[in-house]
Design a protein around this ligand. Sequence first.
Ligand code: ADP
Length: 456
Amino acid sequence: MEKLYLSDTRFDQLAIDKRILSSLQEAGFERCSRIQAETLPLALQGKDVTGQAQTGTGKTGAFLVAAFQRLLTEPLENPEAGSVRCLILAPTRELAIQIARDTEALGKNTGLRSVLVYGGAGYEKQRRQFEEAVDILIGTPGRIIDYWKQGVYHFKQTQVLVLDEADRMFDMGFIQDVRFLLRRLPAPEKRLSMLFSATLSQKVLELAYEHMNAPSSVQVETESVSADNIAEHVYFPANNEKIRLLIGLMRKLQPYRAIIFVNTKHNAEKIDNFLRTNAISAAMISGDVRQNKRERLLKEFGDGKYQALIATDVAARGLHIPDVSHVFNFDLPQLAEDYVHRIGRTARAGASGEAHSFACEDTAFYLPDIEEYTGKAIPVRSIDIELLPELNRPDASQRHDRPPHGRDNRHQGSRQRARTEVQASQRKVQELLPAENATVPATKRPRRRNRKPSQP
Ligand code: ADP
């Protein structure tokens, strides 16, 4: 896999402790990625940094190396029991798990002890990890606060703070928890603080200025929001063509490893049933799939047991799955940022990838905002008839989307609401479309506000 994003700066040209360098070398890290090359010289000198970079650019390596260096060169003079020397906050369990894995690998020869905590699993087991001294604590805000309140550890001597995916902390409603924790740390000038975010919005910058010491701001890849090495395509299927189109594309493109994004758990289950009934191996993760099962499915997907992973945005946040060749947006996301996060699952570490998005009757009107945000028009693909194969239908007993017995009166209110919402969104599509029929013709696209010229 060619690593196009690497810079000319080598790690051994920087003032980095030998123990870190040898761990980096064993992990195959020789040259810095751009975000690493730009943030490390600052952070290694003890300057606070805010970095704007998308997932897959090497942010984790950047903050870990700086954190290790600080911990190795400034040992605590009078360590108190329960001291956490470095606190790394991540918005999701999956991201926290990934950071913990990277900490093990990139810090292998440093002798620093790291511990991972996150909600939803192993309360007592995670707690027991603190019976020995901990250098680095990685986790999600809620569980970290929980143990802090019980006096399991404290942050009075914390030397390094990392906030990863800070914009997600806001999106996911964790910001009060984050502020609570930041107020328990030593003053900003007494610690090294690093904040990373895909977007440095006003609210993220306010947080940085309040809790960091005059941070330097580093931005990577601002000129193009989505990665240049992803071939993007958009299709305009009718709602009832989407499953057939998905399976038609899977059969035609034969993805090595695909992630299929959906907006609802209902769609995730429907696709899961259809793929399995049509001989495509798939796993599904939505917010309410239990943590242990989610981790198992993700590992199996990474090991190649399934060709496709079906995921909602929350379930897929911050995932690092290698070699994803194709991303399918079965539903276009409502937020343009989510589009960028989703397609960023492929083409990681400089590889190339493909993103195929369905602008259907319910989601086509998100397209103008997405294109405005990414600054480019997504090339339209027509839907040839061979992309709409006849499918085996899942038998009713397999389908999660039906109540098991008879009619489920409890959900009548929500069904009626859902129908009304669908009708409203169909009316909205009608307004956007030149055609009279709500079915979006394959070769037509909605009129766009402020349409930008396509880029070559
Ligand atoms: P981010 O934290 O920005 O999402 P990662 O740190 O996970 O990105 O990096 C993406 C992938 O690139 C990972 O597989 C990681 O191991 C690899 N990687 C990161 N930096 C380097 C480097 N300097 N040299 C080689 N591989 C790297």
